[in-house]
Ligand binder design. Structure first.
Ligand code: PMP
Length: 295
């Protein structure tokens, strides 16, 4: 089997070329799959540690439950599979993608079976190392009365794809979307923070994905004596902000240079976001997050 090509599929580690799924999968037609984006980091001691494995796999299990998907793996089993996958692909710094997708069902009734694939690959920071130019999207995040916002649901990413495409077409790097009430919500695949007068502000939970990186950054900020307020804001407020950044597993902490034609006055290297970006990079490599033994 090729290196970096081994995936886990329904109980087996196989070459990705030999993996098959049905074209009648309900996920393919209607988008009701659930997934996670997880990172593993080479620690300072040289081993590899999956960052917040428990939080990610618990979110995956909650997502499956909210979508009425039959899914019986335990968090421990999922964590063990992820470590084995890294080992088999000889990966230390890696991005891990579990996806729960449905069996055959052409109606909208809940499918009776589900499948699990897990793959891993080396992936650079999603938004790169430079600060990004952000566009205030013409799209809104889904209404929480239409979708459970705490679920990482495949179908909801069609909204993210539309917003990203719009931003790229207009020459921006990323989109920032508002919620259905016109309050700033999140990026296409990231949570959002801004800095004003030495304090941090971020949209509250409810109309956004409860990001695991967001929670980590709030903790790190408070440990460093930085006040963080979870409160709604309108896009106009951002025109008074000093700096801003995105957080997410794939993007990590990504500085924002500008939103539309407003350029943040504080240089990224002098911002609270930059300080937390450095802290985050140390934090993910420092702790030993492996709480389960490899089977
Ligand atoms: N919002 C959305 C819409 C996302 O897709 C992601 C990425 N999972 C995030 C926020 C950040 O979440 P996390 O920090 O858990 O990766």
């Amino acid at each position: 089997m090729n290196r970096h090509k081994i995936i886990f599929h329904d109980g087996e580690f196989i070459n990705s070329r030999n993996s098959q799924c049905s074209i009648k999968s309900q996920t393919l037609h209607y988008g009701n799959g659930v997934f996670e984006g997880i990172r593993a980091y080479k620690t300072l001691e040289g081993s590899t540690a999956i960052f917040k494995a428990k939080a990610h796999f618990e979110r995956l299990k909650r997502s499956a439950e909210r979508m009425h998907m039959p899914f019986n793996y335990s968090t421990e089993e999922l964590t063990n599979i992820a470590y084995l996958l890294l080992e088999k692909n000889e990966l230390k710094d890696a991005y891990i993608r579990p996806l729960v997708f449905m069996g055959d069902e052409m109606s909208l009734a809940p499918a009776k079976t589900s499948h699990l694939v897990m793959m891993a690959w080396a992936w650079e920071k999603y938004l790169g190392d430079d600060t990004c130019r952000v566009m205030l999207s013409s799209y809104q995040r889904p209404n929480p009365k239409a979708f459970p916002m705490e679920v990482k649901l495949s179908g909801m990413y069609a909204n993210s794809i539309l917003a990203t495409q719009e931003a790229k077409q207009k020459g921006f790097d990323e989109a920032l979307l508002c919620d259905m009430n016109g309050f700033v919500a999140e990026g296409s695949g990231q949570n959002f923070f801004y800095e004003k007068d030495g304090k941090l502000y971020t949209p509250p939970l409810g109309n956004i994905l409860p990001g695991i990186t967001r929670a980590t950054i709030i903790d790190l900020a408070r440990e460093n004596g930085i006040e963080v307020f979870e409160q709604h804001c309108k896009p106009e407020t951002l025109q008074q902000a000093d700096s801003a950044f995105f957080t997410g597993t794939a993007s990590e902490v990504a500085g924002i240079k500008s939103i539309d034609d407003y350029h943040f006055p504080v240089h990224w290297e002098d911002s609270l976001g930059y300080q937390l970006q450095q802290e985050y990079q140390q934090h993910v490599r420092k702790e030993n997050f492996q709480t389960y033994t490899i089977i």
